[in-house]
Design a protein around this ligand. Sequence first.
Ligand code: LLP
Length: 442
Amino acid sequence: MSPRNAATRVSGMVERPPGFCYRESKDSRGRGSALYCENVSLNHLAKQYGTPLYVYSTATIRARLSAFEKAFRHFPHTICYSVKANSNLSILRLLARAGCGFDVVSGGELERVLRADRRGARKIVFSGVGKSADEMLMALKAGILLFNVESESELSVLAECAARLRKEARVALRVNPDVDARTHPYISTGLHKHKFGIPIASARSLYAQAAGIKYLKVAGVSVHIGSQITDVEPFAEAVTRVADLIRQLSADGHTIELVDVGGGVGIAYEQREVDFADHVARYASGVTGPLRELKVHLLLEPGRAIIGPAGVLLTSVLYRKRNDGKRFLVVDAAMNDLMRPALYGAYHEIVPVDIKSETEPQEVVDVVGPVCESGDFLGRDRNLPPVEEGDLLAVLDTGAYGMALASNYNTRPRPAEVLVSGKSAKLIRRREKVRDLLSTEL
Ligand code: LLP
């Protein structure tokens, strides 16, 4: 078995190196290829742990993180991985060991990070439009790096919490730069009509207010304009506006040390990614360019770009079905396991784990789950080689916002998760049981 050239397509199937590549398989079926995660066969994992199953590649996570580190090497920075994209403790531990900080948006995420990395607090930023007083108290006690505050009311609650504990809270205001991120409307956040941030024009007066409050320390400016953004221009535009604001704030007498540029770097769901290192390098020059003259430390909050292509969702075909002319593959994963197609109409490439022959004719199918909603599809009108009941499919690029958005709709237990590293595979979350779901009900 030898890994194919990473750039090849197998029967039109695009691979995701270094994590997911086809290898020639000389099993009982004779000639063919099978999809691997690093050196572990996905067939093997499905047999061992069942499906639906999320599988993640350590090599991919590390490679993407190093691409970020490399692209920003000339600018003082900290990568604060956005926990919401995938919050599994083992993934957080892996990232913490690689030197990451974290962006959290709830007390629950904060607890996860502290569990994964006891000494991680000084690299945590707390974002989110509705932090509660309890969550702020918890973060203050932990001694986090920065609160990204989103309103005047939130600022005063933070001031009360800090005063109560007599602990200083480092504050950035999250400004809304009124920049169009040109992404899906549900994940665009940087326009004035969105609930996020403080209009950039009103920021100066709120900074003046914050500076006068005991136990609050004005430390930074933060911005996040949305997610799955594939152009560099919106980022560069937002940071240019932030840089102008920082010059004004400095003239007003504030010391702005930290600039948090949020997350949002998009990935190529539909076609093979242009070289990721190039992509991040372009992003890096777009966001650092406007900040060159300012003496600031950059905070980056990527989520999807680090973990998205590092995960696949494995699912088994339960039934083949034909309604009039339309063909369906009913699989054992559903919208509760992977919500993105139902919620955003998102596209995820779906590939068979076993390719029997590269010359097989393809058929057009809808890949759907067992949930009782027409919105329960993983892919529509997909060209796939004929697959049989019992065959395995892999839904690609599901490392981010896959398991993180999974629910128990239809009383379906959530999938297990496995983390692969080279030849080894570790179960990092066991499959839920119906018993787990019922255990909170009285
Ligand atoms: N920072 C803040 C303040 C955020 O709100 C987000 C994402 C991130 C960082 C990370 O963004 P990323 O680098 O992952 O794009 N469920 C949606 C995505 C929602 C993103 C919410 N905020 C999806 O599945 O596409």
